[in-house]
Design a protein around this ligand. Structure first.
Ligand SMILES: [Zn+2]
Length: 273
């Protein structure tokens, strides 16, 4: 690989990890056709040390095509059939159909009850892709800005379609105000959410999630509520299929539409958002 200094990403999305291991922390998700620079020009057991967007890390070499040797005639590795590209990482998804039906109904009822009582909450974000979670996790770490989440990809209930964030919406604008009488509105949000079977988090006021197990169980495919439907399943399994294609070793929740697993025991140790 002498003289090679840049590579092109040939996968749909490729993880940039902190160390040459599929279990290492994800620093960034590099989209297809990204050009990355070699940091140290050697392949360590299938991993290359590269720089991307100011971050240095390791990526699976099978999805990196050397660029300095001129135009390549090699075909990109075939992608699995069922992979839908991820939407842009900066895009919030407010589509409640991607939530599990139990959570969808609970969120809808919570919003209706709050609005009826004069608390102007709306759904700010619902399902969140693992790519977007990784992007948000990078903020304040490998990207500029303040830290907005402690959860990496697949560590948030949002990736399983089991959480939504509700924020005040007044005069056409989102508001996180806790000034004056607004403080009580967030308490009201949590009280009403809990009455519909949802769990708030102490460290993230807008967040309500299914009162289920630790995310580590969800990551293993355990503890999902019964009664899943196709739109929910497609969102979660589609993201899992895409993540597998990214060259890492992601979890793939073994979900089956119509499956009726037993309700999980509630774990008081709440998952990170
Ligand atoms: Zn949230």
């Amino acid at each position: 690989m002498a003289d090679t200094t840049t590579y092109r990403v040939t996968a749909t999305a490729l993880n940039l990890r902190a160390s040459p291991s599929s279990g290492a922390a994800i620093l960034a998700v590099m989209p297809s056709d990204s050009i990355v620079a070699a940091v140290a020009d050697c392949d360590t057991a299938g991993w290359l040390n590269v720089a991307y967007n100011g971050a240095q890390g390791f990526a699976s070499s099978q999805w990196l095509e050397p660029q300095s040797a001129g135009p390549s005639t090699a075909a990109s590795p075939p992608a699995p059939d069922d992979i839908v590209p991820a939407p842009p990482n900066g895009e919030r998804d407010q589509d409640l159909s991607k939530l599990h039906p139990l959570v969808r109904q609970a969120i809808t009822a919570t919003v209706a009850e709050l609005n009826q009582a004069g608390a102007p909450f709306q759904v700010f974000e619902a399902f969140r892709t693992p790519e977007r979670q990784a992007y948000l996790y990078a903020q304040g770490r490998t990207r500029p800005g303040g830290i907005v989440t402690n959860a990496q990809a697949w560590q948030s209930y949002h990736q399983y379609g089991l959480a939504a964030d509700l924020v005040l919406f007044r005069d056409g604008a989102w508001s996180w105000s806790t000034a004056g009488a607004d403080a009580a509105l967030w308490t009201q949000l949590h009280t009403v959410g809990e009455s519909h079977g949802l769990r708030p988090l102490s460290f993230e006021a807008p967040h309500l999630e299914f009162a289920g197990p630790d995310w580590r169980d969800l990551e293993q495919g355990n503890g999902f509520p019964p009664g899943g439907d196709d739109t929910w399943y497609d969102a979660v399994s589609g993201a899992a299929a895409r993540w597998t294609a990214a060259g890492g070793a992601p979890p793939t929740p073994p979900l089956t539409p119509g499956e009726r697993p037993p309700l999980p025991a509630v774990d008081p140790l709440a998952a990170p958002d």
